[in-house]
Design a protein around this ligand. Structure first.
Ligand SMILES: C[S@@+](CC[C@H](N)C(=O)[O-])C[C@H]1O[C@@H](n2cnc3c(N)ncnc32)[C@H](O)[C@@H]1O
Ligand SMILES: [Zn+2]
Length: 282
């Protein structure tokens, strides 16, 4: 039996574009199709696969997405979620459209939609396992497979808010899909983020001190800073949470969970430290 279109996807039909020929997509028989016949499956799990026939440049595998789901469900990043939702609520109209790029499991998108009862959200990610969670994360959250480094399969100026939390960025595409009155919100770690864990697990990706400057340089042609908020706090960490925090990073592929669990050095408390900046398009 063909999979039907999820209600969360319906409002996005006018805003999606065929990745091959840039024309509009129409639903039918468990897929979206363009007039030229390019066809994109709607997965049983609710997301649409627009990234077909090409290998994504990067993205989380299923084990990483599961670790992220488990960790985020403990609420340890709740203060980040609240800060993102507040920034978003200040920055966009109540009935607005949010695009969450590298949305992962949809944790931040769902938090934001809870705060904005008239808004709708679309998550893009290369990870199908993560998008399964996004499609379930909120009744107004739709999910599409896409690679952030390719031109987005989206209409110009379709979004009131582009959200990027710990995810790769494409500044020129962010600018193209944002309305002139819209905002970009970027959340990234500071050098203190998870420092206690990084101290014990050297394979964890280090935070490059030049990162802030690189972000500024990459965004500057397209965006100017509106304001920045720092979110920093200490949170206790169970062994499972510590293992999931490691498991949801790219380093996980090189580390053995059993070895880590046995090393007895995992911290029981960790600093969470991020910056959340709202930008105006130039
Ligand atoms: C650190 S996670 C953050 C996920 C989510 N924003 C969160 O904070 O929970 C980075 C996300 O970006 C996705 N990602 C990595 N490379 C990508 C790419 N080229 N295009 C789209 N998504 C990508 C990963 O699959 C992953 O879900
Ligand atoms: Zn087409």
């Amino acid at each position: 039996m063909p999979v039907s279109l999820s209600p969360a996807l319906e409002p996005f039909l006018d805003l999606l574009r065929c990745p091959t020929c840039r024309t509009a997509l129409h639903p039918g028989h468990g897929a979206l199709r363009c007039p030229a016949g390019h066809t994109f499956d709607i997965a049983r799990h609710g997301y649409v696969s627009l990234l077909t026939g090409t290998r994504a440049t990067s993205g989380d595998d299923a084990a990483m997405a599961r670790a992220r789901d488990r960790f985020l469900s403990t609420g340890s990043y709740g203060p980040i979620r609240q800060a993102v939702a507040r920034l978003a609520a200040d920055a966009m109209p109540e009935q607005g459209t949010v695009l969450d790029v590298g949305c992962g499991t949809g944790y931040y998108l769902a938090g934001l939609l809870d705060q904005l009862p008239g808004a709708r959200g679309l998550g893009l990610d290369t990870s199908v396992r993560a998008l399964r969670s996004t499609a379930r994360a909120h009744e107004r959250a739709a999910a599409v497979t896409w690679d952030v480094f390719r031109p987005f399969p989206l209409a110009d100026q379709m979004a009131d808010l582009v959200l990027d939390v710990f995810a790769p960025r494409n500044p020129s595409e962010f600018h193209r899909v944002l309305r002139p009155t819209g905002r970009l919100v970027v959340v990234r770690p500071t050098g203190r983020h998870l420092a206690e864990l990084r101290g014990q697990v050297p394979a964890l990706v280090t935070i490059d001190p030049a990162k802030e400057q690189r972000l500024f340089t990459a965004l500057a042609p397209f965006f100017e800073t509106s304001h920045t908020q720092q979110v920093e706090y200490a949170t206790s960490l169970t062994r499972t949470q510590a293992l999931d925090l490691v498991g949801m990073t790219p380093s996980a592929r090189h580390l053995n969970r059993a070895d880590l669990a046995g090393n007895g050095l995992l911290p029981d408390q960790v600093t969470v430290s991020v910056l959340a900046t709202a930008y105006r398009p130039r």
